[in-house]
Design a protein around this ligand. Structure first.
Ligand SMILES: [Zn+2]
Ligand SMILES: [Zn+2]
Length: 99
């Protein structure tokens, strides 16, 4: 995938929410939810604390592209490791099993 801002090739990986050390020490609860909030219209949930989402990251400009919760309806699950994969993948990006 190319970065939509600077056209560099983005690295593929996954997005996770991790509690900071400070949060652990303060005993903060499970508040973590990454959301997209538009200027108008409905908000979208991208990532909750329990989930991991396929993501791409641009090292050059720091742009991240995250497949949100809604994208689950359009993905295929790996039969070997249950990881989610884009619909056009023929092998699991995580373990390499055929899909
Ligand atoms: Zn970029
Ligand atoms: Zn797999």
């Amino acid at each position: 995938m190319q970065c939509p801002y600077c056209q560099q090739t983005m690295r593929r990986g996954k997005a996770t929410l991790e509690r900071s050390l400070g949060g652990k020490l303060l005993g903060e609860g499970n508040l973590s939810m990454l959301r997209f909030t538009p200027k108008r219209g409905e908000r979208a949930e991208l990532l909750d604390a329990a989930g991991t989402r396929e993501a791409h990251f641009c090292d050059d400009c720091g742009t991240a592209v995250i497949r949100g919760v809604l994208a689950d309806e359009q993905v295929q699950r790996c039969p070997a490791c249950n990881e989610t994969n884009p619909p056009n993948y023929e092998a699991c990006w995580k373990c390499g099993a055929p899909l």
